[in-house]
Design a binder for this molecule. Structure first.
Ligand code: ACO
Length: 310
């Protein structure tokens, strides 16, 4: 019976049907989705920190409004994704507990600091740009609630990407110092942004099964290449100096970009990045600082319940 169920499940995937929460699914499918969707949700939540640091220092009121709106969007994405993960039978409290206990992964990119205002633009352009490249195929992922969440998330990410690029375009019309800041942000954040797509295909433990289940539609390396090909012309348009190892390859019709520093990647995954501790401390402090709000809300709800019974 289990084998028949598995064959029917795969047949549904092969017919490009969506799998819905109450449908039968293999345990492995449920597990890998909880893993990926919760890591994704945590990334959205932790991703608010590097940008949140700049709300009080945004150069104009307009930039501040855009930044606040964008950060709120990221919070919304996180909550959306936790809800989608809950349809698989795990609670949001448990997922959040795992994050705060340091047991859960979130994207390596958010363990790099934002050092100057250009970094905020570069986060929009490069980090959200990479996120969209990875997430557009997820709109066709086989699990219905995840795919539908991604449709809305991608629309918002597209605004995030453009506001970041526009902020950098503006800086590139400015002083030499501003131009230097943009170049510096690009030089530091471009490579970590490429690592957002995950390890090389040869080291990607989950890829082959998740491609068969159509959770993944393209491999880590394919999407990374797609992002490089789209981003280098944008960097040129900005007037940035492109790293020497990046070269257009006439034969393949793609940019060659050499090897990434995968030791650095795994080191950051393990928690040894520049900002890992800061991010976790900030989350745990926020949890403590917000305890009175949760208690007050629960007490108020209890009071209302008692009143309505009376
Ligand atoms: N940062 C941290 N961990 C990573 C990263 C990364 N950039 N890339 C891969 N890993 C982890 C995987 O989670 C996996 O660990 P696990 O087995 O403990 O769960 C391990 O490295 C091996 O990687 P893969 O086998 O390639 O994992 P997977 O098939 O899940 O592919 C990918 C990784 C591409 C990130 C996939 O999970 C995905 O598409 N996730 C959804 C998108 C997402 O999470 N985006 C977050 C950043 S975007 C944003 O928040 C704005």
């Amino acid at each position: 019976v289990a084998e028949e169920g598995m064959a029917e499940f795969q047949a549904r995937i092969d017919r490009d049907e969506f799998i819905e929460p109450k449908d039968w699914m293999p345990e492995g499918y449920r597990k890998t989705l909880i893993r990926q969707m919760s890591q994704h949700a945590h990334s959205e939540i932790v991703g608010m920190h590097p940008e949140g640091n700049w709300v009080t220092r945004a150069p104009t009121l307009k930039r501040k409004l855009i930044l606040i709106a964008k950060i709120q969007d990221e919070a919304g994405h996180g909550l959306y994704l936790y809800s989608a993960a809950e349809t698989l039978g795990v609670s949001r409290e448990e997922l959040v507990r795992q994050l705060h206990a340091g047991e859960a992964k979130y994207s390596t990119i958010f363990n790099y600091p934002t050092m100057n205002w250009a970094d905020v633009g570069a986060v929009g352009w490069l980090v959200d740009g990479a996120a969209i490249t990875n997430q557009i195929p997820l709109c066709r992922c086989s699990y219905g609630p995840y795919a539908r969440a991604m449709t809305r998330v991608c629309k918002e990410e597209s605004f995030h990407q453009r506001q970041g690029y526009e902020a950098l375009l503006e800086m590139m019309k400015g002083t030499d110092e501003q131009k230097k800041m943009v170049q510096d942000a690009f030089d530091r954040l471009f490579w970590p942004a490429l690592m957002m797509f995950g390890p090389p295909d040869s080291d990607s433990a989950h890829s082959s099964q998740n491609m068969a289940w159509k959770i993944k539609r393209f491999s880590n390396d394919e999407l990374r290449q797609r992002f490089v090909d789209a981003t280098i012309p944008q960097a040129e348009f900005l007037g940035l100096k492109i790293p020497e190892q990046i070269k257009w390859n006439e034969e393949t019709g793609h940019y060659d970009f050499g090897e990434l520093d995968w030791d650095e990647f795994w080191d950051v995954v393990k928690g040894n990045g520049i900002s890992n501790d800061d991010r976790m401390n900030a989350r745990n402090e926020a949890l403590e600082d917000g305890a009175w709000v949760r208690e007050a809300a629960a007490a108020y709800a209890e009071k209302q319940r008692a009143k309505s019974k009376a």
